[in-house]
Design a protein around this ligand. Structure first.
Ligand SMILES: Cc1cc2nc3c(=O)[nH]c(=O)nc-3n(C[C@H](O)[C@H](O)[C@H](O)COP(=O)(O)O)c2cc1C
Length: 251
């Protein structure tokens, strides 16, 4: 198996590593130039991403469509992570992969801590987050066992999930992931120009000007810059920093 993932704050990377733990196989971020060759060389792919507004992060959708010739004939198992609910989290990429000739063999939904740290809703205690991660780990391990027995989970893939995703969120908020955002906002009074955000941004959407970070207009809203800023100077959807989530705090 070859694992391919996108992960803003580490949840999805962690879940994929648990799933592949017993099955074996290498994993690559879609930001890694080696990912393309790894996909081309493998017949069996586990593709993992976080759900944004019951839809795909723009960076993930673009990766799938830009490389549309890569998917034909591949067996693809999809892992979608989410803070609470996605409806058809795995289904949104499954439909694209199928369109490009892939054989979608399974889908797994894993609930993880919410990463939108500048909105108060869904913020949980550290203890609660640890429990959520533990439940997700056990579910991913069990899904890997079932997969190895030829019984891959089918979450997110049928019409009922599709309807739930559409009416639960996508009809109202799905447009937010159709284009890149003009973000992040950086408080120049707090920013010290350390450059961590610019270095880690998967979209290369942050530059340093006059010793201060400045956001551009190609933000995929992954919250990596937000979660890594040592001065809490970054916001994306909200205006205040409530919690800088990163999976590393819990492992
Ligand atoms: C812009 C944005 C939108 C999100 N929308 C949803 C959502 O619709 N439903 C949900 O359950 N979680 C949602 N989340 C939470 C993430 O899917 C969740 O925290 C995920 O595990 C983060 O994965 P990562 O750490 O690999 O980036 C959203 C997160 C972001 C940043």
């Amino acid at each position: 198996m070859t694992g391919i993932y996108f992960s803003g704050t580490g949840n999805t990377k962690y879940c994929l590593s648990v799933f592949l733990g017993s099955l074996g196989g290498d994993m690559f971020s879609l930001e890694d130039p080696k990912a393309i060759a790894a996909i081309a060389d493998s017949g069996n792919i586990v593709f993992a991403y976080p759900i944004y507004y019951s839809s795909l992060p723009k960076i993930v959708r673009d990766f799938i469509t830009k490389n549309k010739d890569l998917w034909s004939g591949k067996n693809i198992y999809i892992i979608a992570t989410m803070g609470l609910f996605s409806g058809d989290g795995a289904g949104v990429s499954a439909r694209l992969f199928t369109k490009y000739g892939a054989n979608v063999i399974g889908g797994l939904h894993l609930r993880m801590p919410d990463c939108i740290g500048d909105v108060k809703a869904l913020k949980r205690s550290a203890e609660r987050n640890k429990k959520i991660i533990n439940v997700a780990r056990l579910k991913a391990e069990n899904a890997a066992k079932l997969f190895s027995e030829g019984k891959p989970a089918q979450e997110g893939l049928n019409i009922f999930y599709h309807i739930a995703g559409l009416f639960g969120q996508r009809l109202w908020f799905g447009h937010k992931t159709r284009v890149y955002a003009e973000s992040p906002s950086i408080d120049s009074g707090k920013c010290v120009g350390c450059g961590v955000c610019a270095e880690k941004c998967p979209m290369k959407n942050i530059r340093i000007e006059n010793s201060r970070a400045v956001g551009g207009n190609r933000c995929t809203m992954c919250y990596r810059c937000f979660s890594l800023c040592p001065k809490q100077a970054v916001t994306i959807i909200g205006k205040k920093v409530f919690e800088q989530h990163h999976i590393g705090k819990y492992l």
